[in-house]
Design a protein around this ligand. Structure first.
Ligand SMILES: NC(=O)C1=CN([C@@H]2O[C@H](COP(=O)(O)OP(=O)(O)OC[C@H]3O[C@@H](n4cnc5c(N)ncnc54)[C@H](OP(=O)(O)O)[C@@H]3O)[C@@H](O)[C@H]2O)C=CC1
Ligand SMILES: O=C1CO[C@H](CO)[C@@H](O)[C@@H]1O
Length: 344
């Protein structure tokens, strides 16, 4: 089968990992890269001398030898760049958050439908051998009817990002869209049988009085249409990177944990323990898990969707839900009240 031809827009901290994952993929090739500054373009040329490199993403999009464009730019540019990709008629892998507001998400969904393009959003944790195993065991009925889910992270502070975009509320949207968005996505996925997320109550605070709008500590309780609920909690005032998910049901419980020196380590420790109502077992995880591994699987999975129609792990609608949950949580932090979640 022909290799799927990838173009990449954005060659920053995470974009470089995307490039590496595309170059490694058995079913893909990295044909071109659009960077922003000349300095970043020079980095891309050095790392990938055979690739077409430009500082104008429209020059990349004008090429006819590309099947899919992978967009890894600061979040406030997702809508602008993704729209140009879809208008060029190519498939799209777009990093999370899908957009920083819901009209952006809706217009990208409409554009993908109009151009008959695949639109995958980069919630790669769904492909994890461990976070995905939790989902598989829930769906197999291991814990009975799922009723409660906690996803929690304790980590070191965010990086600034190119030109400081991650610490500028107008460009980042809010900090819930940065990392808790992954956990809202997991919680909704795990509690899928409980119906749709309906409302959220959230609270947050900042460790730095000069930027109260950027909140280091964040906690939310999200209610589903049945009586199930999820708790998402994160602190950025800690050390290393330690993530936990606990899911309980009418019969049993699952407890997954992951720890690394940082989010991008290739040498994490991780464990999944499971209780079926009778005994506690350690569940074997067949391959390493961590966002670099999941990113590699995501690149392959999108290529498979193009080659053979394999369903995407995370659709545009899933990406929109994740943004909707974060925006409702952000509104709740501001209002101090429980807020409804947009149902689309
Ligand atoms: N799914 C996940 O687990 C993760 C997702 N992300 C998401 O990925 C995105 C990028 O994050 P990250 O890599 O950390 O951010 P960085 O700030 O490190 O990198 C962003 C890059 O985008 C480039 N850029 C800006 N404008 C353009 C443009 N018009 N054309 C081409 N390139 C452009 C910048 O170029 P220059 O350097 O030249 O200024 C920079 O290199 C964000 O949306 C973030 O939320 C990030 C980490 C993990
Ligand atoms: O998963 C992630 C790791 O942290 C980054 C911020 O530093 C996020 O952008 C990202 O989504």
């Amino acid at each position: 089968m022909n290799l799927v031809r990838y173009g990449l827009i954005g060659f920053g901290a995470w974009g470089k990992h995307h490039a590496d994952a595309i170059a490694k993929a058995h079913n893909a090739e990295l044909v071109g890269i659009a960077a922003h500054s000349e300095a970043t373009a020079a980095d891309a040329r050095n790392a990938y001398p055979d690739a077409f490199v430009t500082t104008d993403y429209n020059a990349l999009l004008a090429r006819e030898d590309l099947d899919v464009i992978d967009v890894v730019v600061p979040s406030y540019l997702h809508h602008e760049v993704a729209t140009a990709v879809l208008q060029s008629g190519k498939h799209l892998l777009l990093e999370k958050p899908m957009g920083i507001d819901l009209p952006q998400c809706d217009s990208m969904i409409a554009s993908a439908e109009k151009h008959d393009s695949l639109l995958c959003v980069g919630h790669e944790l769904r492909l994890s051998s461990m976070w995905g195993k939790v989902k598989e065991m829930i769906d197999d009925g291991f814990i009975g009817t799922p009723q409660y889910c906690l996803v929690e992270l304790s980590r070191n502070p965010y990086r600034q990002g190119a030109g400081g975009w991650r610490y500028d509320i107008n460009r980042v949207g809010n900090w819930i869209l940065e990392e808790p968005i992954h956990f809202f996505d997991l919680a909704r996925w795990y509690l899928e049988s409980a119906g749709s997320p309906r409302s959220v109550y959230a609270t947050a605070n900042s460790r730095d009085p000069s930027r109260p709008e950027l909140q280091d500590n964040f906690s939310a309780i999200m209610h589903f249409s049945g009586d199930a609920y999820a708790v998402v909690s994160q602190t950025l005032s800690a050390f290393e990177h330690h993530q936990t998910a606990k899911v309980t049901g009418s019969k049993g419980a699952l407890w997954a944990s992951w720890s690394g020196a940082m989010d991008r380590t290739r040498h994490p420790t991780f464990k999944l323990r499971a209780f079926d109502g009778n005994e506690v077992i350690d569940v074997g995880i067949e391959k390493p898990t961590g966002e670099l591994f999941e990113l590699e699987d995501q690149i392959v999975r999108v290529a498979e969707a193009i080659q053979s129609g394999r369903p995407l792990h995370c659709t545009a609608q899933d990406g929109r839900w994740s943004v909707a949950m974060c925006l409702a949580a952000s509104a709740s932090v501001a209002s101090g009240a429980k807020e409804p979640i947009d149902q689309g």
